[in-house]
Design a protein around this ligand. Sequence first.
Ligand code: LLP
Length: 463
Amino acid sequence: MSRSAHPAGPRHADVLTEGHYTAPPTDLNALDAKVWSRTVTRGPEGVVSMGGIEVTRLAEEFGTPAYFVDEADFRARCRAWRDAFGTGADVFYAGKAFLSRAVVRWLHEEGLNLDVCSGGELATALAAGMPAERIAFHGNNKTEDEIHRAIEVGVGRVVLDSFQEIVRVSHIAERLGKRQRVQIRVTVGVEAHTHEFIATAHEDQKFGIALAGGEAAEAVRRALKLDGIELIGIHSHIGSQIFDMAGFEVSARRVVQLLAEVRDEHGVELPEIDLGGGLGIAYTSDDDPCEPHEIAKALSEIVTRECAAAGLRTPRISVEPGRAIVGPTAFTLYEVGTIKPLEGLRTYVSVDGGMSDNIRTALYDAEYSVALVSRSSDAEPMLVRVVGKHCESGDIVVRDAFLPADLAPGDLVAVPATGAYCRSMASNYNHALRPPVVAVDSGAARVIVRRETEEDLLRLDVG
Ligand code: LLP
């Protein structure tokens, strides 16, 4: 469609204040290395590639919408986390961000451990050969069957989330003739999201056992009495998409304080602490995440300092990054279908996916970037809202962004940093077929999770 049919739309500050951007980017063809995975480049002809394969070829071979994950980038991030923490600490990848058999193999090969939070995640991990002792099993309401299976296969640790579970896990382990290594998940009264953290009054949530009021100390008391479990440490997870290490600092201090209380009361120094995940990534150029080595340094310094102050041996630290490993490694590729300019407001660009492949914008008001990737363009920036094809006006993929004003149906656009919590939270709303995940590496692309088919949908419908 001609550019005149799609006027550039307003670029005035009054319209933009509502959204994320304060000004259109100077070069719409540029790909900010902060939000695009390592091997993504725009070639001389203007077409964007991942791992040396042009998106036009990827779309032809695998269709759209589809998630493309940069395997080299994924592996490099695993290594960066592993190397940053060294041999004195453990990195558990949080499988909830995205899990598949290929991912489990990559993790295994790169020396990471795995945090799972359901029987399904556990089954995927085991099916792909992750040694059970390198798996941590989480969840605020694990079923008896899940606990039974986790203990039976020999997971390295079960993270206990409630008073009931302390007893439940111990009994099941005893029935199986085992002693299960466990951590207790505590809520430290810190909630951190993005650039803010709040250090009081966040016990009001379903996860964990509160440090406040001596609840966690009581949980430790009970756990130490039971024969089916061996308490190896304390676990804390404070939030999501965190950039500010101050929340971790408060959390580590409070956990170490509990370790000191446990030592004083029971004469036991628990050997491990887990500080959870939640480290932020760049979804747009405005985000500035920390590097793994900075995070590792900050966390180990905090823990070492606090333990020295309390006269404790420094426990073994573990962390559980999910988003920070897989998030930046993937983009979602869409084809533009319809374009609706609203004079004086914005232009709606409808793509062939939507809230079924990325619920984060609708659910959390998450911000994303977007780029025209099947060609470059020198057209003026046009303020757009990228929306999906679902029957819901909240079906928004990218709330506010700029795309070239000559955008036309058939163009391919990509939304970067969709590796975490997009495919794993995908749905079949409107009987959408969930998109495939394609791993791209050094000029080769292969499907690691295939696209759903109508047969898949109908197979479940047995009525
Ligand atoms: N460990 C525990 C105990 C967790 O609950 C979580 C995330 C993680 C680790 C990994 O957090 P990450 O490093 O990936 O931020 N669906 C939301 C995120 C929910 C996270 C829940 N727990 C989103 O799309 O932003």
